[in-house]
Write a protein that binds this ligand. Structure first.
Ligand code: NAD
Ligand code: WQD
Length: 335
């Protein structure tokens, strides 16, 4: 059966909206299902503006089985982005995270099984590797969630593996993202965090645009070249293209976990420097204590994605910074 219509849960969000562009440009029909808990419908209007194509949007919650069933009938595959993702909030409200992410996914998989839709690409996370035992991280690294958010990702991966083991007709890709940053180069869509950003890049861009006074760098006493934490930042457009590749490769591998990263790590201060160079803005910062739960270094071995999907990240750190800045500059208050 050929795949034509894609059901995108959480498609109005940051990574989902960028992925919708790639799907539309590759001529798929796109149905976005999102409760707008952490996004705005405007993101999809802009995706339509960028692509000149239309999206079917259904406002709904993945925990609502009847609504899901109505919305999904006739779809061929699912890309499952819907979920809550704030690590700190998950520590404070673990039940909310289990309810939204785990129960929501369970509900989604039930409906998929009922409707015989057995193709799925799932948003997993490098957070599952915990504190790395070795670097770069390969997919065989042990998984140990260190917070409720990570636990939900682990639980969903396990659910999907069990499902595949019970019925090999399922075609499943578990994509483990590293640190997505950047924005579409049009400057029309990008990351739009509500409140104070948890993540480094949106914090930097908000300092640059004058919304925040300075960046707090969380620790400069790690065992890294300049003492600040090292991460594998990946351009969200590269990440979005990875989803298209995964969708097209479904069935060519087992229910596999696949890293989506660049393979290269940059420190907090390197990212700050690259951003200053790309934007011409200076980013004042102070050094603070380490953030509890943070690890020193994390970067991917991306070879499996290349071997299985024929995908590798192409966009540079400079491009990540240029595009993040363009989005923030043109949309100082987000959508
Ligand atoms: P996002 O918050 O921008 O997008 C998630 C979308 O899901 C939002 O539009 C939100 O409204 C929707 N949603 C949440 N709960 C829902 C529910 N119960 N029913 C329907 N819709 C719901 O986040 P993002 O950065 O685009 O992340 C997408 C996925 O990728 C998430 O599952 C996240 O855990 C995962 N991920 C993100 C990162 C990252 O750093 N951004 C890294 C690794 C994995
Ligand atoms: C990057 C680096 C911080 C903010 C998180 C989640 C992970 C995944 C991606 C979903 C670290 C430092 C940050 C700031 C700083 N999400 N930093 N000042 O922690 O690698 O990963 O997002 O799956 O699960 O944990 O990303 O952007 O928060 O931090 O110094 O204001 O920047 O200490 O070294 P992280 P991040």
């Amino acid at each position: 059966m050929s795949i034509k219509t894609i059901f995108v849960t959480g498609g109005a969000g940051y990574i989902g909206s960028h992925t919708c562009i790639e799907l539309l440009q590759a001529n798929y029909n796109v149905i976005v299902y999102d409760n707008l808990a952490n996004s705005k419908l405007e993101s999809l209007r802009r995706v339509e503006q960028i692509t000149g194509k239309s999206i079917t949007f259904i406002k709904g919650d993945i925990r609502d089985k009847d609504a899901l069933k109505n919305a999904m009938t006739g779809c061929d595959a699912v890309i499952h982005f819907a979920g809550l993702k704030a690590v700190g909030e998950s520590v404070e409200k673990p039940l909310l995270y289990y309810d939204n992410n785990v129960l929501g996914s369970l509900c989604l998989f039930h409906v998929m099984q009922e409707l015989l839709i057995k193709n799925i690409v799932f948003s997993s996370s490098a957070t599952m590797y915990g504190d790395p035992e070795f670097l770069p991280l390969t997919e065989v690294h042990r998984c140990e969630a260190t917070n409720p958010y990570g636990e939900t990702k682990l639980a969903i991966e396990m659910m999907l593996r069990a499902l595949y083991n019970s019925d090999k007709d399922w075609q499943i890709a578990l994509l483990r993202y590293f640190n997505p940053v950047g924005a579409h180069e049009s400057g029309l869509i990008g990351e739009d965090p509500s409140g104070i950003p948890n993540n480094l890049m949106p914090f930097i861009t908000q300092v640059a645009v004058g919304k925040r006074k300075q960046l707090a760098v969380f620790g400069n006493d790690y065992q890294t070249p300049d003492g600040t934490g090292v991460r594998d930042y990946i351009h969200v457009v590269d990440l979005a293209k990875g989803h298209l590749k995964a969708l097209e490769a479904l069935g060519r591998f087992e229910c596999d976990a696949i890293n989506l990263g660049t393979g290269k790590g940059y420190s907090v201060l390197e990212l700050v420097g690259a951003f200053e160079q790309a934007s011409g803005q200076s980013i004042p910062y102070i050094i603070q204590d380490r953030r509890p739960g943070d690890i020193s270094e994390c970067y991917a071995d991306p070879r499996k994605a290349k071997d299985l999907l024929g995908w590798e990240a192409e966009l540079s750190l400079n491009k990540m910074c240029v595009d993040s800045w363009r989005w923030q500059k043109h949309n100082p208050d987000g959508y």
